[in-house]
Design a protein around this ligand. Structure first.
Ligand code: NAD
Ligand code: ZN
Length: 348
């Protein structure tokens, strides 16, 4: 397989600065890395946060973003085991970790202090060729549609893990706040496949129809509802047993703690800049609710999330555009106008 020395990528030099579609060198894999010819990459709201510099964790600069990349292995570092040229591979948010600390030992690699992050501390999938740690890269079954699977590599893994974190039983209610977006539209489907009853919350009629078409029994429009807490409790016969927060709204996250059924769990996933979650201590104690953070997933969560997809239980609602149009995708995302996920084709 011949690998070129130059390629197209989207690069930014400063947070919030120009997103330049330009030619850069093809990276060389380190001994522990594989080189992936990225065909498609999902665009996650995290990529927008990274570009804007929203979080108290600095990105590398200049940076190639992207962490939902799907493609083929075209080169192997000298210490790589378990991969061969031509295998299908996925770039996910967690690119690598120390593998020695308490958290790595217990398969919580994303909580490692030395976690290396694709499209954040390591150049990611908004380029034609990207390097990835051979241990953490996702194995994608032969014959998989690479555009369709790309959103599973962050959005799918993350919501699947978040649903496990809510610790629900089949037949119980789960509210997905932000249900029409990239993570939310997958959360609705994983929740259904796991046997839960789903209520979706998002804005607008079109997102409501979309969320219901994915299997949500009920939908609350936050742009219309005068009292979200009351409306959610009424629709779920006393409040959901769990809530998955994938909106980028501080207000919506605090509402989720209020509308929970006693003993329920609210899972924090969405990461609005500088946000705080507010909960009355009295209510939290008397209702005995839990608030838990959930951060992507480990290698087993990755394999399981891909397996749900491969068995046809999850469909990604994608719109494919060229990599050169990434800045336009960020604009639509900022305005909350995206239904499902945009995926970029790295060849255009
Ligand atoms: P997205 O923009 O595709 O979706 C967000 C959705 O929230 C939109 O549909 C929007 O209309 C909706 N929304 C906005 N305000 C709302 C409100 N008040 N109530 C209900 N819904 C509302 O974004 P995404 O790619 O799905 O990412 C969502 C968030 O999750 C981002 O902050 C991202 O950084 C974060 N994220 C976290 C993890 C993790 O591991 N914890 C992983 C991936 C992404
Ligand atoms: Zn992501």
């Amino acid at each position: 397989m011949t690998v070129p020395t130059k390629q197209k990528a989207v690069v930014f030099e400063t947070n919030g600065g120009p997103l330049e579609y330009k030619e850069i060198p093809v990276p060389k894999p380190a001994p522990n890395e594989i080189l992936i010819h990225v065909r498609y990459s999902g665009v996650c709201h995290t990529d927008l946060h990274a570009w804007k510099g929203d979080w108290p964790l600095p990105t590398k600069l200049p940076l190639v973003g992207g962490h939902e990349g799907a493609g083929e292995v075209v080169a192997l570092g000298e210490n790589v085991k378990g991969w061969k040229i031509g295998d299908l591979a996925g770039i996910k948010w967690l690119n690598g970790s120390c593998m020695a600390c308490e958290f790595c030992q217990n398969t919580n690699e994303s909580n490692c202090a030395e976690a290396d992050l694709s499209g954040y501390t390591h150049d990611g999938s908004f380029q034609e060729y990207a390097t990835a740690d051979a241990v953490q890269a996702a194995h994608i079954p032969k014959g998989t549609d690479l555009a369709q699977v790309s959103p599973i590599l962050c959005a799918g893994i993350t919501v699947y893990k978040a649903l496990k974190t809510a610790n629900l039983k089949a037949g119980q209610w789960v509210a997905i706040s932000g249900a029409g977006g990239g993570l939310g539209s997958l959360a609705v489907q994983y929740a259904k496949a796991m046997g839960y009853r789903v209520l979706g919350i998002d804005g607008g009629k079109e997102k409501g129809e979309f969320v219901k078409s994915l299997g949500a029994e009920s939908y609350i429009d936050f742009t219309v509802s005068k009292d979200i807490v009351k409306d959610v409790q009424a629709a779920t016969e006393g409040g959901p047993h769990g809530a998955i927060n994938v909106s980028v709204s501080e207000k919506a996250i605090s509402q989720s703690v209020q509308f929970l059924r006693p003993t329920g769990t609210s899972v924090l996933v969405g990461l609005p800049a500088h946000a705080k979650v507010e909960s009355s201590v009295f209510d939290a104690v008397v209702k005995s609710v839990s608030i838990k953070g959930s951060y992507v997933g480990n290698r087993a969560d990755t394999a399981e999330a891909i397996d749900f997809f491969s068995r046809g239980l999850i469909k990604c609602n994608i719109k494919i555009v060229g990599l050169s149009e990434l800045a336009k995708v960020y604009e639509l995302m900022e305005q909350g106008k995206i239904i499902g996920r945009y995926v970029v084709d790295t060849s255009k």
